[in-house]
Write a protein that binds this ligand. Structure first.
Ligand code: FE2
Length: 357
């Protein structure tokens, strides 16, 4: 007995509604999609208030909770931001080593995937890091890591086992490894590619497959995922031009992660789009090309994870996304200095992008 408590020190934490319990205290007002106050700040959650939050489908809630006890002899876990930048460096080394004609550095790939899969940080923190640390200079490396992370998350959301999720993470991280065999002048060309250059680029899934073929420890499923990440359901993809049922499941998942990350990133030949705009049109735009079952899960889960993000608006202001209507992902409700703005009503104002620190 006698251990001191820190009951007087409270912090505010944003949690998913699923994690809310009776007895927790709400830290900020909760509003419905039509801007009515549902539960005021300070409310102690009970069955009635929990039912109201559920009824209005509010996904994220701020609650008070005791500040964690500071324990001097316990090492702090590494922030995901740190894990991310270390892994980008490793992927750069792996690509550069392959470009110099060396074999794939399998041990580095293994530690990267192990670190990502074992990372006990919440998906939301991972996404925040992904959004904050996009670098156009290192696009190939950050994109490989982002696709590994997004494919891993989609695999988990889809109910795949941890063993399969890990393999899909491998396929995501390695999906563009074949680009190390293609001239950097073509890969980084800012303008439109010639027919011959595009044909060369289209060989990167095969090149990737051949690189991985030399690593017998990797499962064939991972190689198939890499080989098929540009195949499309209607047969319009490459290099094999196979249709829906013949496309490997890993290839279908990696394709979604690949297209999404490419659209929300600054690439050398194309400016990025806001993730809200990409998610709003993702299903309609790609239902003939990408697997609808995985598309549905991806759009639904990803849009929830952008709740609470700070965004830049076209009128120059910045605010926090407090509600996303699944039918109008591109027009969420934003809180700006305490003022609630429903972008579904304010049609002259749009989201320009995420407001990154
Ligand atoms: Fe690719």
């Amino acid at each position: 007995m006698g251990a001191g408590t820190m009951k007087d020190k409270l912090i505010i934490r944003k949690i998913f509604f699923d994690d809310c319990e009776a007895g927790m205290q709400i830290a900020s007002d909760l509003y419905s999609g039509s801007k009515s106050l549902i539960v005021p700040a300070g409310t102690i959650l009970d069955e009635y208030s929990l039912a109201r939050i559920a009824k209005f489908k509010i996904a994220l809630v701020e609650v008070f909770e005791p500040a964690p006890e500071i324990c001097a002899d316990k090492p702090k876990p590494k922030p995901f931001e740190h894990v991310y930048s270390v892994q980008v460096g490793k992927i750069r080394n792996i690509f550069e080593s392959l470009e110099n004609g060396n074999p794939l550095r399998m041990e580095e790939i293994r530690t990267t995937v192990k670190e990502l899969v074992a990372s006990d940080i919440g998906n939301r923190d991972i996404l925040h890091t992904l959004n904050s640390l996009r670098s156009s200079d290192e696009y190939t490396y950050t994109h490989s890591l982002n696709v590994g992370i997004l494919a891993m998350m989609l695999a988990r959301w889809s109910g795949h086992s941890e063993a399969v999720t890990k393999q899909i993470c491998y396929a995501g991280v390695l999906h563009d490894i074949g680009k190390s065999r293609i001239s950097m002048d073509i890969i980084k060309k800012p303008g439109k590619l010639t027919v011959a250059e595009y044909e060369a680029i289209k060989m990167h899934p095969v090149e990737g497959y051949n690189i991985l073929k030399k690593c017998p420890v990797l499962a064939e499923d991972i190689r198939q995922g890499v080989l098929m990440h540009h195949e499309r359901l209607d047969g319009s993809g490459y290099p094999l031009r196979v249709k829906g049922p013949k496309i490997h499941e890993y290839g279908k998942i990696v394709a979604i992660a690949d297209v999404f990350d490419a659209m929300v990133s600054d690439r050398c030949y194309c400016a990025k789009e806001s993730p809200f705009s990409v998610l709003a049109h993702f299903k309609n735009q790609f239902f003939q090309h990408l697997d609808v079952k995985y598309l549905d899960i991806f759009v639904q889960k990803m849009s929830v994870y952008y709740l609470g993000e700070r965004v830049r608006l076209s009128d120059g202001s910045e605010g926090e996304v407090v509600y996303i209507n699944p039918q109008k992902i591109n027009h969420p409700i934003v809180q700006i200095n305490g003022r609630i703005l429903d972008l579904a009503d304010e049609t002259t104002i749009a989201i320009n992008g995420l407001a990154l620190a």
